[in-house]
Design a protein around this ligand. Sequence first.
Ligand SMILES: [Zn+2]
Length: 72
Amino acid sequence: MTESYAVRTVYEFPVAGHLCSDGSVRFIRLVRRRGNQHPPQGVCTRCHQLFEYRKPQRSRVRHYTSDGASHF
Ligand SMILES: [Zn+2]
């Protein structure tokens, strides 16, 4: 595999785990930069993968409740 410097989005905070280039799972601490609107980021010192934390998005699928509209 070729090295990729693309940002990898993670949904774990403050520590994100990943499968590193040596085949072991490594945990990277994500830090929030002061005075910056960017989300917390962290870089693996071994494979130099950049991680960026993103809040988990809620499902946009709106599920309709079956009850509540059954009586007139
Ligand atoms: Zn790594």
